[in-house]
Write a protein that binds this ligand. Structure first.
Ligand SMILES: [Zn+2]
Length: 1236
């Protein structure tokens, strides 16, 4: 580089030849001497320009006036040869220099001068051919670089000059070629395009393009490019349709496809497809395409192209056209409203729910009445000038710009008197602990206090409850439905119909008896014969061989679940094998199950439970939170809208993280187009389509055809979501999800059961009514599967499964009622292919690791029963009842005071509060797993946890939306609204959990006990890693680029400390994904309201990925419950560190207890200073909804847009952004894992 510079400077100082010539030319211009000299000088310049790159460079160098001199000569000269010389020089310059030099010419005003020259030249009759060729050549090159070129050309009358030149010289290819090139440039402007169309340009192009020919392929190519550009105008497209050109294009395409055997004319074939693509943007075009058998033609040709990789652009463009023309289908549903009904106590006056209720029942909400709005704007097209793109500067209008809205504001909330109702939820503030035994070490025995009601069936595989006898899959069946209203209010345990044979004699079992019955009977009878046999086999054999190699070592280390709870009525002799070896002390529930299973099968002998003791000894401390029997008991108290009477096996057995890593899936090449081709085949080979409904919530009496080889589906259990299933081909099913209750959309969460599979066969599942425009399923995320057989084989876990996963827009039209009023939208399909490992298995699929409300209640009870009351202050209160009458738990955790002496009580009461909540969005089950990690950590015996409890009082609402969770909603509560948009003014009748959670915070504010931290746990469906959203005035204002009053605001940057700490200690956490911007659309979320209205400075949303991590220790892996729970625990550790940073004076704990002391001070400095620096350069990431890069197949084929999105990028190129780690993590494990 520097060498070039030296040379060019040198040549300038040496007064180079070209400089001299240009000076000479300038002189000629000024003196208007004879044309001979000008001709001579320009030919010399041309010669130099043709032969020397140095000359071309000098002429277009910054500061050079050479171009001005040439252009002014061109303007003034009357001499043809001089003009040609100059035009030739310009051609030389641009041809060699690419776009930069063309832009340079534009900047010097060349387009106007050349257009003027064109007009003048056209006045001669006939116009000088060579001159025209040259003018057109230069204009075609510089036009695209001139934003105003379209308008300039039209004003100068250039459009028709070029057009008539072509018309009159069709056989003169040397002249026609640059003219066509220029027409292509003109027609980038829609007004020009329409105007050219009126003058017959479309017909003209069809005179040039034609069937396969080895001659003039260059001309053909340009003509097709021009045509494709012209047909983007709807007027022109309609003209083409009217003249039957769609058929012509298809015929020409097939001809080239047949004859172009060596694929030398790929660009011509692509050009034909591009023209078809343009013309099918209008409805008439799509109809003409279908009528001309276009689907079949393009399908067949593209199938033939598949083998040749270089023809990919043809396959992709064909696919795009076919998707666009694919007739829109109606979603096969009677209504898109949820199949479940829940009458609301109050109907909101406005909003989506009001709309839903106001819709007359007879209105078909599945499709729009008509979508004939397609060509409406045809007339208006002339008015629209599309060339001058408005400034593309990114400006997000969702960012709050009103500084007053950003400042904390004391909204007159409820009065102290009104808030008194929450006093009883804060006994820790008044208790004097006089009646507590604060010294005793005796742990409280576990007492189960759950109530019993409602019928329970341990799961089935899609058969109705009264199904055929003999099949034990029925499991625990409770015949009686929930006791009718007339019954005693206090629900008594209802006799369970488990194993009619064995229980029948037992007319009125006491609750204890019932529980015992359960223990011995339920598990065995919950399984079908095969399962029990399998079970038998396992438990009778000694198991080590069945444990996957390498599992045990790791398992042992990670195992935290003791067998101590194992309380089998009668232990079987195989206990040691199944308990301690098979399950490694982890799967207590299975140990018990397998034990009892054997027992019921063949009652051999029952001795020596010493082995049980032994098993429990080996297990590290910590409570086991899963207990199948307790789960069943709790489920009976859970009130669901559909009145579920079944329990899904995974919830019954529990889940433990698998011992292997689950990498983010690599996207196979061309998966989308393969799937789409299969979808298109539905239309082309209609006779192959079975189209048989095999599951339907809307017609509960629907009889599933009793044919072999049909999968059975079921979703009638807590958190289940699957509305309808249609068998498409032998091993392919379309699945439809249910809307949230009192809503007509939010389809994302799914959880359902499948049985009746043939092992080894590959089944394709398509969930066809997804709504989001993109999904992590396109970026390596897999759905989850749970196999009951596997669970019985000591692998009770959800695993990531599925291949050929792809998420794409499909051909089912989406009613404007459910698409925010927008017409012409489509649904999206998530497709995945699975094969099942076992025969006679019952498998479950879920969007993410399920975590039901009953699971939460079970976990809380187990935590309560296992805790040491001398050490831990634990309370479980009811915050309020939900709309359907479930209680919303509120948990208080802190350390017991050391004694009831004044100072200890004082220290106890003065601990700052930390307020946590989770699962306001039911589909974000990961939030519950993070919360489980937090709760378990807070209740653990580790010294750090004890320090933490001594430092804070934790108020936790672990599930803000129990009803939504229970009923399988994705986003809303039973009110059909997103509860995380109700925090500004929650309605006590419609949003009780939000109303009262806010009430608690208002109470704390009123008694001057504002929490130090508020955090609401969420899950994020479109990003990787774990990260936080916080609130900052400065960072918000900075983002709007309004430097205005931001400087006046004094803001403590403390809100950054906790995320910063977490990025150091939590491997899944990623600081660079955090954002502290306040968006308008989020103004009624917990985070923003607790910050602005309640005044908690550290108010956060913590988002955990549903997919996986692209940085840190877990880079390249999908996230599992272990990582999520770890995040919850690390969050607690982070709080302890925050405590040190916020109140160093209280630093009085022995440092040996903590694992991060060494860098404490250092990192506190770092946190502060890096934030300070940040304000100068890059304060925060404003996080858009999606941050995944595009990839090849992400193509929009929708008719509603003209977007040219079929960008041919290398597939998966840059699928993952490089991790932008803010600073090197101190985590030593990081380097250990990733350094070679
Ligand atoms: Zn959420």
């Amino acid at each position: 580089m520097s060498k070039l510079k030296v040379i060019s400077e040198k040549s300038l100082t040496n007064n180079s030849r070209i400089v001299g010539l240009l000076a000479q030319l300038e002189k000629i211009n000024n003196e208007s001497t004879d044309s001979d000299t000008a001709r001579y000088v320009t030919s010399k310049i041309l010669h130099l320009a043709q032969s020397q790159e140095k000359t071309r460079r000098e002429m277009t160098a910054k500061g050079s006036t050479g171009i001005e001199v040439l252009l002014s000569t061109l303007e003034n000269t009357k001499d043809l040869q001089t003009m040609l010389n100059i035009l030739n020089i310009l051609v030389e310059l641009i041809s060699a220099g690419g776009g930069r030099r063309a832009s340079f010419l534009v900047a010097k005003g060349s387009s106007q001068i050349l257009l003027q020259l064109l007009t003048n030249a056209s006045k001669e009759s006939p116009p000088h051919e060579e001159l025209m060729v040259q003018i057109h050549s230069v204009l075609a090159k510089i036009g695209p670089k001139d934003k105003k070129f379209g308008v300039k050309a039209r004003i100068n009358g250039a459009l028709n000059i070029t057009l008539s030149l072509v018309k009159q010289n069709l056989q003169n290819h040397r002249l026609v070629l640059p003219c066509l090139q220029l027409l292509r440039v003109y027609s980038a402007n829609s007004v020009n395009s329409v105007s050219l169309g009126k003058n017959g340009v479309v017909e003209l192009m069809f005179k040039i393009i034609g069937p396969f020919s080895k001659k003039n392929s260059g001309l053909m190519k340009v003509a097709l490019d021009t045509l494709a550009a012209l047909l983007k105008s709807k007027t022109n497209a309609r003209r083409a349709v009217d003249r039957g050109y769609v058929q012509v294009l298809l015929t020409i395409y097939v001809d080239w496809h047949r004859h172009d055997n060596r694929h030398r004319n790929m660009l011509i074939r692509k050009g034909i497809l591009q023209s078809l693509k343009s013309v099918t943007n209008i409805k008439l075009g799509r109809k003409a395409f279908i009528d001309a058998n276009g689907m079949k033609i393009l399908y067949n040709t593209s199938q033939e192209c598949l083998a040749v990789r270089t023809l990919d652009p043809l396959v992709n463009t064909s696919s795009l056209i076919m998707r666009k023309c694919f007739p829109k289908n109606r979603l096969p549903l009677p209504t898109i409203k949820s199949s479940f009904h829940f009458p609301l106590p109050v109907i909101p006056v406005t909003g989506p729910v009001a709309q839903l209720y106001n819709l007359p029942p007879e209105v078909d909400d599945v499709v729009d009445e008509s979508d004939d709005n397609d060509d409406i704007d045809l007339e208006a097209e002339n008015e629209i000038e599309n060339e001058d793109d408005p400034d593309q500067n990114f400006k997000n209008d969702d960012i709050e710009t009103d500084i007053n809205k950003l400042k904390p504001q004391q909204v007159p909330g409820r009065t102290i008197e009104e808030l008194k109702m929450y006093e009883h939820l804060f006994p820790e503030l008044v208790d004097d602990f006089q009646d507590y035994d604060l010294i005793s070490k005796e742990p409280k025995p576990f007492v189960f206090e759950g109530k019993v009601c409602g019928p329970i069936i341990v799961p089935t595989a899609g058969e109705d409850a009264s199904g055929s006898s003999g099949n034990l899959r029925k499991g625990i069946v409770m015949k009686e439905k929930v006791s009718p209203k007339g019954d005693e209010g206090d629900k008594k345990p209802v006799s369970m119909d488990v194993a009619k044979e064995s229980v029948k004699a037992n007319d009125g079992p006491s609750q204890q008896q019932l529980v015992d019955q359960n223990r011995t009977v339920s598990s065995a009878h919950g399984l079908n014969g095969d399962l029990v046999k399998a079970l038998d086999r396992i438990t009778l054999q000694s198991a080590p061989s069945q444990t996957a190699p390498g599992v045990s070592a790791e398992t042992k280390k990670e195992c935290t679940l003791p067998l101590s709870v194992l309380s089998c009525a009668r232990a079987c002799p195989n206990m040691a094998a199944c308990g301690s070896v098979l399950f490694e002390g982890r799967a207590v529930q299975l140990g018990k199950l397998c034990c009892t299973g054997v027992e019921t099968e063949d009652d051999e002998d029952t001795e020596s439970n010493s082995s049980v003791e032994q098993a429990s000894v080996e297990v590290p401390d910590g409570p086991t939170l899963h207990d199948p029997d307790l789960y069943i008991e709790i489920v009976k108290n859970t009130k669901s809208v559909p009145e579920y009477s079944e329990v899904a096996y995974p919830d019954y057995f529990g889940h433990i993280p698998p011992p292997f890593k689950e990498p983010i899936l690599e996207r196979p090449y061309g998966v989308q187009r393969t799937k789409i081709a299969q979808d298109i085949e539905r239309l082309i080979h209609q006779s192959d389509i079975i189209d048989r409904v095999v599951y339907d919530l809307d017609s509960p009496n629907y009889i599933i055809p009793e044919e072999g080889d049909i999968l059975k589906f079921n979703s009638k259990f807590e958190s289940g979501n699957l509305r309808k299933v249609i068998q498409i081909r032998k091993n392919e099913y379309d699945l439809i999800l249910n809307s949230d209750i009192n809503s007509n959309h939010y389809h994302q969460w799914f959880y359902f059961e499948v049985s009746g599979m043939r092992p080894g066969a590959a089944y394709r599942f398509n969930i066809i009514n997804c709504e989001k425009s993109n999904s992590q399923f396109n970026y390596g995320m897999q759905p989850l599967m749970y196999s009951v057989q596997e669970a019985l084989n000591a692998r009770p876990w959800w695993i990531r499964v599925g291949t050929d996963i792809c998420y794409y827009k499909n051909h089912f039209s989406r009613s404007s009622v459910a698409a925010g009023g927008q017409k012409g939208k489509s649904y999206y399909t998530i497709t995945f292919t699975v094969s099942f490992p076992h025969k006679d298995d019952v498998c479950y699929f879920a969007y993410h690791y399920p975590y039901t409300y009953s699971t939460l209640q079970m976990h809380l009870q187990k935590l309560e029963s296992a805790h040491n009351p001398q050490q831990i202050y634990f309370r479980k209160d009811v915050l309020c009842e939900t709309l359907s009458g479930n209680s919303c738990p509120l948990v208080t955790i802190t350390a017991m005071p050391e004694s009831n002496y004044y100072e200890h009580i004082c220290q106890f009461r003065n601990r700052p509060y930390v307020f946590l909540s989770a699962r306001v969005h039911p589909g974000e089950t990961n939030a519950s797993w993070v919360m489980k990690g937090t709760l378990e950590y807070l209740m653990s015996n580790s010294p750090t946890a004890q320090s933490l409890r001594e430092s804070y009082i934790f108020k936790i609402v672990p599930m803000l939306n129990p009803d939504g969770v229970i009923n399988g909603n994705h986003r809303c509560s039973l009110s059909g609204e997103d509860l995380n948009r109700q925090w500004q003014s929650p309605n006590p009748d419609l949003h009780p959990t939000i109303y009262h959670a806010k009430g608690l915070l208002q109470y704390l504010a009123a008694v001057k006990r504002l929490p130090l931290v508020y955090c609401d746990y969420h899950g994020h469906s479109r990003k990787k890693n774990v990260f936080m959203y916080g609130c900052s005035i400065k960072e918000t204002v900075w983002h709007t680029n309004e430097n205005a009053t931001s400087c006046d605001v004094v803001e403590d940057i403390g809100y950054r400390t906790l995320p910063k700490i977490l990025s150091h200690i939590a491997p899944a956490f990623c600081m660079s994904s955090c954002s502290f911007v306040v968006e308008k659309s989020k103004e009624s979320t917990a985070r923003v309201v607790v910050w602005r209205e309640i005044g908690v400075q550290r108010s956060y949303t913590m988002e955990s990925t549903l997919c996986g991590c692209d940085q840190g220790k877990y880079k390249g892996l999908q996230i599992g419950t272990r990582e999520l729970e770890e995040m919850g625990a690390k969050f607690c550790v982070g709080l302890l560190r925050l405590k040190r940073l916020t109140s160093p004076l209280e630093y009085n704990l022995p440092s040996s207890l903590l694992d991060f002391e060494s860098d404490l001070i250092e990192s506190s400095c770092k946190v502060t200073s890096s934030v300070c620096l940040c304000f100068g350069c890059s304060p925060t990431t404003y996080v858009l909804d999606e941050d995944e890069p595009r990839f090849l197949e992400e193509v929009d084929y929708s008719a509603e847009s003209n977007d040219d999105l079929d960008i041919e990028l290398a597939e998966n190129a840059g699928d993952y952004e490089p991790a932008t780690q803010e600073e090197a993590l101190s985590d030593s494990e990081l380097s250990r894992t990733y350094l070679p």
